[in-house]
Design a protein around this ligand. Structure first.
Ligand SMILES: [Zn+2]
Length: 53
């Protein structure tokens, strides 16, 4: 299952999921690590990178 690496990179690269409301948003990794990114829906700072299994 490596055929869609490019598509996956496009879809998942720098995408983060809010741990509270599960909404996705794109943000620079650095800013997320620094806690500067807030979920635009619920305002939570708990974001995690998008990962399929
Ligand atoms: Zn949220």
């Amino acid at each position: 299952m490596v055929k869609f690496e490019e598509a996956e990179a496009r879809l998942f690269h720098r995408m983060f999921v809010c741990k509270v409301c599960k909404s996705k948003q794109r943000a620079p990794v650095l800013k997320v690590k620094e806690g500067k990114i807030k979920c635009r829906k619920c305002g939570a700072r708990k974001l995690r990178p998008v990962r399929k299994k």
